[in-house]
Structure formats: C-alpha cells, structure tokens
Design a protein around this ligand. Structure first.
Ligand SMILES: [Zn+2]
Length: 342
C-alpha cells in the first residue's frame, strides 16, 4: 500500500495509463482506504456523467444563450460560468429523471435456462442437477451458473452489481472497473477487481475462490485478502478468508496451509507451519506474506526467516520490525514481494 493517500494517481488509474506496478499498488490502497475509495467513486461517477452528457444533446437555445452571455464585459464574467453550471445541472437532472425508472427495475438477461429469461433484483435463480445458466451481468460481464447452484440478484445499479451465492458454483468474467461486481457468500464477500474467476460455496457455507485472470478481493469484517490470477483462496464460515496459495504450489504445502488456517494457536499449528515453511518456494511467498499478520509473534519470526531466503527485503527492514508488524517496513518489503502477483 502507498504510505500516503493516492488521490493524485486516481485519474490516471481510471484512464488505465498507470504501469502494472503502480496499478496494483493503487488497487491495494483502494482496498484498504475508504477515503481514497470514495474519491475514486466520484471520479468514476464524473466520468460516467461526462460520457452521458456528450451523448445527450442540449437544446440549441442554451448554447446560443451561453454564447451571447459570454460576450459581456469581463466585469461580469461570472455569469456564463453560472449559466453553464446551471445548464449542466439541468441536464444532469433530466438525465436522472429519464434513467431513474429504468434503474428502478433492472434485469439481467438469462440464456440456456428453461426457468426464466430475465433476472431482476430481489429474484432467485436456482439450477438443478441437470440445468445450467448463462447470465449477462448488466453490461459489465458474464456469469456462468453451474448445476445445483442458487443465486439471488441483490442490486443492479450503474455503480454496483451485487449477487448472493447461497450454494453451488459460478464463473464470472467482467470487463468493468474494479469493485463494480460483488458476490456475497455465507463466509466472505468477493469483490471483483477486474478479472475472471470461479467461486464455489459448499453446503457448510465455506467457499473456494479460484482466480484465473486479474485480481479478486475477499472481504469480511473490514479485512481484505487480495487473490491474484493463478491462486486459490478458501473461506470458512465464521472465520472468513484463509491464506491464498498458487495452484502450482506443492500439495503438501497446501494441506499444511489448510491446517494452519483452521487450527488454534498451539503445537499442532506450529508443526503445520513448519511444513509450510519447509515446502515453500519463491512463489509461495504469496502465502507466507498473507500469513504474517494472522499469526502470533513467534510464528511471524519464523516466517520472516524463510521469507528472507526467498525474497530478501530492502536494507531498512528488520526481523524485529516485521515481528511487530511495523507498517513502514511491511510496505517497503511488500513492494518486492507483491511483484509475484502482478
Ligand atoms: Zn488513501
């Protein structure tokens, strides 16, 4: 995460002109900072408004009025600005009134499913053991609903599309800016950061996320775990997201990681952690990094010792600092470690 707010980078981020490295750091910061997130929402809203205004033609008389007023003396230059602002505000109001009835009853197109061809907010779609469905997520993406799956469409607005996945499996592909498409599961909320992924909810409420393109954030109780392409992450009822791991990590590491995530502090968990550390290769720094803030100080020291061998930190990072989760040192090292998931 950037140490300071990232307000000055948000426009460039929105326009897609940042380097991959900066883009990821902006996304991380947005994931953790409400202040910048709401500023970014405003930029997105402004951009949508601007594109809406260019396609809606104002009455010609407005522009001739503006032209006429703009010829008045410099002493009264404030007038055209006021009139332009007024005309824009009127255009916004008209746009809002025109689009509101449409937004009030949005529906998504459903294909390949005998039950229905549209899905509206508040409605449920449930497949059985012999049916699947394809759904258009408004105009921002596509959802494949697997067999024996139940979803509810909660919200479909220009600034947010949200479903609940009660059980079963979906595959989502989106081409929208980050954070527009959200899936609530019983154990965590998956926030799309621009990507492709599958999400499966088990009968016990736990779930498994597999990201194949881009990034997905899993959220619960204000804590966020960012899962990159090529990685899995489990979530558990009442606990939330576990530690992400790459699909090509050793099986022994994966099962040990599962034990570290589910066991309480104690000797059994320590044994599982030692397997994780022993089996870790460079790419598994993804998992080690996410474990750091979740475990006790002694475990953090052991993780530091292994991470140092895999991806040495900058000179200003010390073992003591990492064990006490010093934010500056974490940030400094993360610039190196996070190269793994870019
Ligand atoms: Zn910020």
């Amino acid at each position: 995460m950037f140490r300071k707010h990232i307000l000055r980078r948000l426009s460039a981020y929105h326009d897609g002109v940042l380097s991959a490295d900066e883009k990821l750091r902006v996304e991380h910061h947005l994931g953790q900072c409400r202040h910048c997130r709401s500023a970014y929402d405003e930029i997105r809203f402004g951009a949508r408004l601007a594109s809406a205004l260019t396609v809606s033609s104002a009455p010609a008389s407005i522009w001739s009025d503006i032209h006429r007023v703009s010829r008045v003396s410099s002493r009264r230059r404030w007038i055209p600005q006021t009139i332009v602002a007024g005309a824009l505000a009127a255009a916004v109001l008209v746009l809002y009134l025109l689009t509101r009835p449409h937004l009030a009853s949005p529906s998504w197109e459903v294909t390949g499913f005998a039950g229905t061809s549209r899905l509206r907010a508040g409605e449920v779609l449930q497949t059985d053991s012999s049916s699947e469905a394809q759904i258009k997520i408004a105009n921002i993406g596509q959802l494949t609903i697997d067999r024996n799956t139940r979803i509810r469409l909660l919200v479909s607005r220009a600034d947010q599309h949200r479903i609940a996945l009660d059980r079963g499996k979906v595959e989502a592909t989106t081409w929208a800016p980050p954070r527009l498409f959200i899936v609530e599961t019983p154990s965590a909320t998956a926030v799309d950061l621009g990507c492709k992924y599958t999400l499966e909810v088990q009968p016990d409420g736990s779930s498994l996320l597999h990201v194949t393109l881009g990034l997905v954030a899993l959220e619960r109780d204000n804590r966020e775990t960012v899962v990159p392409a090529g990685a899995f992450c489990r979530t558990r009822s009442g606990i939330g997201p576990g530690t992400p791991f790459f699909e090509d990590s050793p099986a022994e590491l994966q099962s040990a990681l599962d034990r570290v995530d589910s066991l309480p502090e104690g000797s059994e968990r320590s044994r599982a952690l030692s397997v994780v550390l022993r089996e870790s290769h460079v790419r598994d720094a993804l998992s080690l990094w996410h474990l750091l803030p979740r475990l006790d100080a002694q475990s953090r020291g052991l993780i530091y010792d292994r991470l140092v061998q895999l991806l040495p930190p900058p000179a200003d990072v010390t073992r003591d600092g990492i064990v006490r989760l010093d934010p500056k040192m974490l940030e400094s090292w993360k610039r190196i470690v996070s190269q793994l998931w870019q």
